[in-house]
Design a protein around this ligand. Structure first.
Ligand SMILES: [Cu+2]
Length: 157
């Protein structure tokens, strides 16, 4: 009969390896964080909507948001607004830069994550898990509640 000791050593080794894994997984870029994420509630007939947030980069280098994903729309794009002859139009952008030591502000009328071709109407208050992928390899999954848009300020007369 072989001694049980080598097996015990193997089991201990495995346990140590497993215990060490979460630390490794949590390592990439703690420099990035996201504040106030939310998805704009639109009428049930709307096929697309926007997600907004502030992304902060405490690192020494600019980082680019290069991809976003979510489970409730067929496509997810990065968008900005451009002014064309006084008309604001949305335009897809290949990335959104989060400057070193600064913020990228995704807000109505400007940069945003676009949820395109919704699979179902969204409900106010439900939370959408949006995955953000950055060019330094960081991936963040953020919980963005669906919120009613704030009423626009009245036009001055
Ligand atoms: Cu858009």
């Amino acid at each position: 009969m072989p001694s049980p000791r080598p097996l015990l050593a193997l089991a201990l080794g495995l346990a140590l390896l497993l215990a060490a894994t979460p630390a490794l997984a949590a390592d990439p870029a703690p420099n990035l964080s996201v504040a106030a994420p939310h998805v704009r509630l639109l009428p049930p007939s709307a096929k697309n909507t926007g997600a907004f947030m502030v992304i902060t980069n405490r690192g020494p280098r600019d980082v680019k948001l290069v991809k976003a994903d979510n489970p409730v729309s067929r496509a997810t794009e990065l968008h900005t607004h451009v002014d064309e002859d006084g008309v604001k139009k949305m335009r897809q952008v290949p990335f959104i830069t989060v400057p070193a030591g600064g913020d990228a502000v995704l807000a109505p009328g400007g940069l945003h994550v676009m949820l395109i071709d919704l699979l179902r109407p969204l409900r106010e208050g439900e939370v959408i898990a949006i995955t953000l992928s950055f060019d330094d390899g960081t991936r963040l999954v953020i919980d963005a509640p669906v919120t009613r848009p704030v009423a626009p300020a009245p036009h001055p007369k």
